[in-house]
Design a binder for this molecule. Sequence first.
Ligand code: HEM
Length: 516
Amino acid sequence: MDPIAATHALAWLAVASLLLLSAIFGRRSKRQVNLPPGPKPWPIIGNLNLIGPLPHRSIHQLAQRYGPIMHLRFGSFPVTVASSLEMSKAFLKTHDVALADRPKPASGKYTNYNFKNITWSDYGPYWRQIRKICLMELFSAKRMSSYEHIRKEEMLALMNNLYTSCTRDKQQPIVIKDRISTLSLNVISRMVVGKKYMVDTEDAIISPDDFKRMLDELFILSGVYNIGDSIPWLDFLDLQGYVKRMKKLGVKLDNFLEHVMNEHTERRQRLKEKFVASDMMDVLLEFADNPDLEVKLGRDNIKAFTQDLLAGGTESPSVLGEWVLTEILRKPEIFKSATEELDRVVGKERWVEENDIQNLPYVRAIVRELMRLHPVAPMLVPRLAREDIKVAGYDILKGTRILVNTATIQKDPKLWDNPNDFCPERFIGKSIDVKGCDYELLPFGAGRRICPGYPLGLVLVESSLANLLHGFDWKLPPNTKPQDLDMEEVFGLSTPKKIPLEVVIEPRLPAHLYNI
Ligand code: HEM
């Protein structure tokens, strides 16, 4: 055989052997992988055709059909969904570390400094370090109580603002989400960046309305199903225009955060050794100067971290505030029971203090019921498998996206009687809590990625609800009936009401209490 023919023969032999080997091993590995049940995927799009504009609703429907552990395909990526108490425990407790990464959506790249915030950063030394700063420095009991005066002042400012509106024109409907989000935005801004940067003055860097619009856009874009995240080779087309919006928003957010950071750095330099950290950004800047830090904190890290805190702290409490009032307006007997408790425990001569909450079991039960029926993040924030694992005999392979379908679990008729009814009484006398130990109720998630801001989130929701109910009688505008109230949601990283709630209110307490 001449040398050329021999080379050809060898090449063919190599190719044939490779094909044979891959057929043998490919078939064997396919046979060995036992994926959870799920709908058959289409080429290219996978199961995206089954996901509607409210993905948690679509996934709820699919879970009814395929069961507590389900396998889907979003474009090129495998997705596993947990939809029962047992599965949420297996995912978030038994396999917490194996499932502790996050996917890398375009929103994390363009609006969160290339995944440098807490939410989108992977499990690892950087994430561990910033979580530790959160727990030890920002949300510790000591730090939380040192900021109590801020929460108190802003709460009174809200009561005063509502009082002024309703005494000026008794029948004028008020859009309540705007007012509650102003409270949470003001509280969180003062705690995180030291003052209310978002004010309605001429020299302000941004107005509160513009800032809230930026946050709304951030939450929507962080939750959207961007085609490029599932089918990467179509990414460059930006078919839905989301990436363009993300880039635009990223620039706006950065302009704001640059301004805030420059002011903080300038104050530190000016005060030199007299400088004392007075807000969370100051604390972060001190950490950035610490040479012993395991992973150095740079400028983008501090901006990303600050943005996470401002966004997480503002959006969730206001989304919940609007939902709870909607539910109470549909069932006035809840308002009656709550105000009876408030009048008995607190009395009509003062506002509710944070340490009263432990003595208000009915108000606390309303908040738990609210978080059960209206989870802010109905499938938590997606996680990503860091290694191959087995759950209930099924394989979850490294790189699979993980959704914990708390919306379905929190309405599971096996766990809850009349699950679609808003009924705070179900929590009276029950020890079930929201802090990540009871896997049937996980409004803040559980395990290593549990919401680090939950001490603040919970106190804001509980005390604002208690004071709103204590301070005012709540009614629907004339000609609106409780049964006409719209209950539709918008899906993003949070799920606000689609149509803003309008209310008519009347003061319940003596006039002097509303004065600032
Ligand atoms: C009632 C209010 C709040 C609710 C319902 C809420 C809910 C959640 C949920 C469900 C998650 C995802 C957990 C998971 O993936 O398992 C989360 C994560 C997070 N939340 Fe909250 N949150 C609230 C308030 C706050 C506040 C006040 C802050 C900060 C000031 C905050 C900052 C964060 C951050 C940074 C993460 C990402 C954690 C990580 O990936 O390691 N949240 N939150």
